[in-house]
Structures are given as structure tokens and as C-alpha cells.
Design a protein around this ligand. Structure first.
Ligand SMILES: Nc1ncnc2c1ncn2[C@@H]1O[C@H](COP(=O)(O)OP(=O)(O)OP(=O)(O)O)[C@@H](O)[C@H]1O
Ligand SMILES: [Mg+2]
Length: 434
């Protein structure tokens, strides 16, 4: 397998990396044209998106010797190590210096763009100018790095590696499924949708964890149930073990009321999202009995839905949990502060970024204006109120769907998209315009 074949998806990014790698492997073609090849490449992005994998592919394909440097020594010794790495690379040029996780070079959690380590990297890069030493670095957070280090002439190319989306995520899931024994008919699209917003490392881990659950069950093949269990434990950090829940129950004064709180709350989120955008809920969980692990609903923007409509849908769906509690029990929902935070933040963004309620709320550059802040906050609260009424209207108009979804959730605790779709198709759906 060639080095770049290990990177699944990310086609255009891979193309760019192959081109950079070619400048390192075949400099004669570029020299002939009188152009100078890039001297450095910085790959940045969230953990687990494949930065180190991509850097390794560039290194391997280039055929050059590599001199690696990672933060693994106390500060003074580490600065010496950086210098020694560049010296060795210069002696062995043409070569590559690989600075993995460069944003961790300076100590502590604080950002230290002026730290000695970065000053050293910068001066080493400048000293090796003209010596055919290519500098390749990875980082999670470029804010930790000095701007001067990121400028052209040092890291000529700075490339963001994003989370795997759409086809990329599906291809990665399919790739990791291929090497394991799954039951027939497992659809990588379903898993990719559930895992939307998670890294390549998470996709790989979930599929492997599913296999571990299957092995423990002494199963012949891995099933979707194992995948869902792995998603819950590994990625969403929840447990669905009924025995544990029963333990929680025994310590609570009214466990059934608490359980139905989570069930109807999550059903509210899911129903609102499904009515506004059918097929948009990938997973609903309402299995825990503690506030921090009570439940969650995960969403997916279906193809064809405009970003503006999706932003509005997500706001109304966020308020669906509280709206459901009011509709079902006639009580305010005391456990929904994070939903309210989400709704207020997203409405604020919508009003100030898109000006859909008028240009007077356009706030970029005027964020210090007290008058603007006060009138914006008033408008945001009124808009959240309006979306909340919509959420209640949706649940009330689709009572059958709401009750059936809650009943299925009470029984199974965890509902994937296929189950939600079946329930939805068996109910009379009443559309509500926003
Ligand atoms: N495009 C991809 N195709 C297949 N597997 C991938 C892809 N990207 C990442 N992986 C897998 O995900 C795991 C994490 O990748 P990697 O270590 O390169 O991430 P990273 O971005 O460097 O993370 P960190 O910021 O934590 O260092 C690896 O096992 C890797 O094989
Ligand atoms: Mg890495």
C-alpha cells in the first residue's frame, strides 16, 4: 500500500500533499523552471483528523531522511533537542524536519507565542535557509504559535485538516468496516451520520470497539447493536446498561418520573427536528438517570436543506425538550439550561450575522455599543420566545408521533435513525412552517 493510500477520503487535500511531496522528491523539474519549492508545511486541525498520518505520507513518499522532534524533555533540554534536530537535518540534506504537535512545544496550558521554543524553531528555520531542509509541522491550535513563524518563507503552506464530512466520513467508515467481520447489510452511511462531527480517529475507534463488544458476546459477526453500544460508550460517553440504571433508580425518590423526564425531553427535541426536517435525527438516547448522562439527540443536516433553514431548525429543536415538558407535564423544564444557552447563542448569531430581522442588529465591529447590545438582547429574547412557541405548536400538532417516539424510547432507551423513520412513517405528520 502506498503511503497516500492510507489516507481515505480528503481527495483535494491529498492532491495538494502529493504535489508538495513531488517538489521534495523531484526538485529537478522545479529547479529547471526557476521556481522555489515550498520550504515548510504546517498541518493544523482538531485532534484525530489525520494530521500525523498525512505528514507521514508526505515524508514516506518524498524519500528524504526525516529528523523528528516532539516535546518529550524538560524545557532547557528540549530547546537543545530542537537545535540538534535541525543540525542533523542540515548535515543530511536534502532532508525533512518533522515537528509533530508543535503547539505543545511550550510548556503549560497557557498560550505562549513568544516562548523560547518557538523562537528557537524560527531561528533554526532561518539558519537552514538554502540547505534543502524541508520543515513539516502539525498542530491543533495555531493561536499558540507566533504569527511570524507561520508566515511565508517559513511555513509557506498552512493547511487546515477539517473533520471528515459527507463522503469522506462514509469512505473512512467503509474502509474500517472492510477489515472486520460485520453482519451483511451494515450501511456505512448510517454510521457516518451518527458520527457526524467526530474525528477520523473516533470513526476508527468506534468500529473497533463494536468488534470488542461482539467478541465479548461471543458473536459470529459484529452487528449494528454493537456499533450503537460502542458509539454510546466511546464517543458520547454514556452508558446504557440497564443494571446500572436500576442501581441509580434505587437511590432516587421518584426514579420513574426522572426517567420519563429524559424520555419526553429527548422525544421533544427529536420530534421537532424530524417534523421540520425529516431524516435529520441520527440517534436519540434517553437511558441515564443522572442529569449529566440523561440523554442526547444527535442531528444531521439532510442534503438539500439550506443552511439558513437548518440553523432555524436546530434552534427550534434545541427548545423542543423544554417545550415537550411543558406540553406533557405542564411544568417548566428545570434541566434545560444548556439547551437555552444554545438557543440564545444561535439566535444572537442569526440576528447579528444575517440581519434577517433588520440591519439595526448588524454588530460586527460595533460590539462595544451598549445601545446595540441592549436592543439586540431584547430582540434575541423575543425571538427565542417565538421559536419556543413554534416548538410547542409542532409537538401539539404531531402528538401521535411524539407519544409513539417517547414510548419506543422508554422501551429501548436508544433509537437510531431507522427506528425513528419507521415510527414517523406510521404516523400522520403535520407540517408546521417556521
Ligand atoms: N483520512 C483517514 N483515513 C483513514 N484513517 C484515518 C484518517 N485520518 C486519520 N485516520 C486514523 O485516525 C487515527 C488518528 O490519526 P492521526 O494520529 O494522524 O491524527 P492527528 O490529527 O495527528 O491527531 P492529534 O492531533 O491527536 O495528533 C489514526 O489511527 C489514523 O490512522
Ligand atoms: Mg498527530
Amino acid at each position: 500500500m502506498k503511503a497516500f493510500d492510507k489516507i481515505i477520503g480528503y481527495v483535494s487535500l491529498k492532491q495538494e500533499l502529493m504535489q508538495i511531496s513531488d517538489t521534495l522528491k523531484n526538485p529537478q523539474f522545479y529547479d529547471k523552471l526557476g521556481v522555489s519549492a515550498p520550504r515548510g508545511l504546517l498541518l493544523y486541525g482538531e485532534p484525530g483528523v489525520g494530521k500525523s498520518l498525512m505528514a507521514s505520507a508526505v515524508i514516506e513518499e518524498s524519500g528524504r531522511p526525516v529528523f523528528r522532534c516532539r516535546k518529550d524533555e524538560p524545557n532547557g533540554d528540549f530547546v537543545k533537542k530542537i537545535k540538534a534536530t535541525f543540525e542533523k537535518a542540515a548535515e543530511n540534506a536534502p532532508s525533512i524536519v518533522f515537528l509533530d504537535d508543535m503547539d505543545k512545544f511550550a510548556n503549560g496550558d497557557e498560550k505562549h507565542p513568544d516562548a523560547e521554543e518557538y523562537v528557537t524553531v524560527q531561528s533554526c528555520i532561518d539558519e537552514t535557509k538554502g540547505k534543502e531542509v524541508f520543515v513539516l509541522a502539525t498542530a491543533n491550535d495555531t493561536d499558540c504559535l507566533p504569527d511570524s513563524l507561520q508566515r511565508a518563507g517559513r511555513f509557506d503552506r498552512t493547511i487546515e485538516v477539517g473533520l471528515p464530512m459527507g463522503e469522506d466520513a462514509i469512505e473512512i467508515v467503509a474502509y474500517y468496516l472492510k477489515s472486520k467481520r460485520f453482519v451483511e447489510g451494515i450501511d456505512p452511511v448510517v454510521i457516518a451520520k451518527i458520527m457526524i462531527g467526530h474525528s477520523c480517529a473516533d470513526l476508527e475507534t468506534v468500529i473497533n470497539e463494536a468488534g470488542l463488544y461482539a467478541g465479548y458476546d461471543r458473536a459470529e459477526s459484529i452487528t449494528m447493536e454493537h456499533v450503537l453500544k460502542a458509539c454510546l460508550h466511546t464517543v458520547f460517553d454514556r452508558t446504557s446498561a440497564r443494571d446500572e440504571q436500576d442501581d441509580f433508580c434505587s437511590h432516587l425518590s421518584d426514579p420513574h418520573h426522572i426517567a420519563s423526564h429524559f424520555i419526553y425531553h429527548e422525544a421533544g427535541h427529536a420530534v421537532v427536528s424530524e417534523v421540520l426536517c425529516p431524516g435529520s435525527v441520527t440517534l436519540v438516547f434517553a437511558g441515564g438517570l443522572r442529569q449529566e448522562e440523561g440523554g442526547f439527540t444527535s442531528y444531521y443536516r439532510t442534503p438539500g436543506m439550506s443552511l439558513l433553514d437548518w440553523r432555524k431548525t436546530r434552534i427550534v429543536a434545541a427548545l423542543g425538550g423544554a417545550a415537550a415538558m411543558e406540553q406533557k407535564f405542564g411544568l417548566p423544564d428545570i434541566g434545560c439550561s444548556s439547551d437555552l444557552d444554545h438557543a440564545f447563542d444561535k439566535v444572537r448569531e442569526l440576528l447579528s450575522d444575517t440581519c434577517i430581522n433588520g440591519f439595526s442588529f448588524y454588530s460586527r465591529g460595533y460590539s462595544e455599543s451598549e445601545h446595540l447590545k441592549a436592543s439586540l438582547e431584547q430582540a434575541v429574547a423575543a425571538e427565542v420566545e417565538r421559536y419556543y412557541r413554534k416548538a410547542k405548536e409542532i409537538i401539539s400538532a404531531n402528538r401521535e408521533f411524539f407519544e409513539k417516539l417517547a414510548a419506543a424510547l422508554a422501551e429501548k432507551k436508544l433509537l437510531p435513525a431507522v427506528d425513528i423513520e419507521k415510527i414517523r412513517e406510521g404516523c400522520k405528520m403535520v407540517p408546521v412552517a417556521l
